[in-house]
Design a protein around this ligand. Sequence first.
Ligand SMILES: Nc1nc2c(ncn2[C@@H]2O[C@H](COP(=O)(O)OP(=O)(O)OP(=O)(O)O)[C@@H](O)[C@H]2O)c(=O)[nH]1
Ligand SMILES: [Mg+2]
Length: 423
Amino acid sequence: MDLARESLRKLLDNDGIPDSIRLKLKSEYNEVNQLLDKLENGHLHVAVFGRVSVGKSSVLNALIGRDVFSTSILHGETKVTGIEAWQEYQDGGIFLLDTPGINEIDGEEREAMAHEVVRRSDLVLFVIDSDLTDVEMSALKLVADGTRPIILVVNKSDQYSNDDQLSLRQIIRKRVKDLIASANIIFAAAQPAEQKVVYVAEDGTEKESVRAKPIDIVNLKARLWDILESEGKTLSALNASIFAGDLSEKLGSALLEARSESAEKIIKTYCIGKGVAVAINPIPVADLVAAAAVDVSMIVHLSRLYNLPMTKVEAGELIKTIAAQMLILYGTVWAVNFISSALKLGTGGLSTVITAAAQGAIAYYSTLVIGQVAERYLAKGKSWGDAGPKFVVSEILDHLDRDSVISEAREEILAYLRKKAKK
Ligand SMILES: Nc1nc2c(ncn2[C@@H]2O[C@H](COP(=O)(O)OP(=O)(O)OP(=O)(O)O)[C@@H](O)[C@H]2O)c(=O)[nH]1
Ligand SMILES: [Mg+2]
């Protein structure tokens, strides 16, 4: 119980999650919050689930003893989830949840809603009113995933004679034997239909009267109490921790995805910025690496994205480390190599623009390498991992197709310059 609560709290209080992602996952956060409340108050949620019109709302009304949820012969009467405290249960804290029915024809959205409720419930009353259809069978398989107890409620038992009930029980039992314990198959009559009864009156004439068989809900109530008493509190904690686990996994991957997407955009922006700046105002190649002001800003920017803020000095140090690795790996010739590959791609005449764009492309490339290496470092929580910086740098360099990056950068820079010249 405490463990579950703790893991949820941690999830909620995690500073490592930026606001943008918090917003994106807000509904999940609310869910966790609700779950936390539920856990702290020791509440248990019992949900109905099943095909339209099998009597889900009626079953809940019969348990509660009042007409709380609306019922109708029309399919799809329940459109949204409803919740009601079950006062009758001695310890309190039990809530009954009504859900829309699964409909073979339409209502996918409502069905999704019902699944969602089930996912968060501690116990499920799967309601049917005859032998299970294929649709019910596959829905039952989804719901009976072993994480929460399920009672299979065979409602409308008033429609069956005693003999029919016996054989129906046999059939159902066989069909669900791998999914539901036979003690959890319960017959009920939540809202028995009125029937015309013909009787012989005292004066000997035949008369008709309309009456309904009595509501039969005692067996369901008894079984429900049994389960709640024996496993109630552990159920709730168990479900909460499963849910928290799911959610933190979901959050984790969403976080990673959102971050690397934004990181990619940030790096690209700085690459173009630096490339164009260098192209417009060419500087000696030797100064390229030294002219790291842009790279410093980029790293500071990235570090904020990863919630591991770095100062400019720190960022400068990081760039030095990366540049040193590049030097070790490629020797002093690396810059010269870039130039020749950049120029090689020129289509002929070495016009100033082309040369300038080539230099810009080199600047672009170096910023891209630095950005990607820095991102890797940040993603690992400001660490190079066991293999050290050299490994990371060489991996990124291997991974990037230098020539195509440079030629693309050149195109982008030229396109940018042309657009500017037109204005
Ligand atoms: N004969 C008989 N009819 C019942 C019983 N329980 C419910 N019904 C009838 O079945 C119909 C549907 O009942 P609801 O409780 O609205 O069914 P539901 O599963 O909630 O339906 P949706 O909300 O539309 O999915 C109503 O006309 C009820 O009167 C029962 O035990 N016996
Ligand atoms: Mg209903």
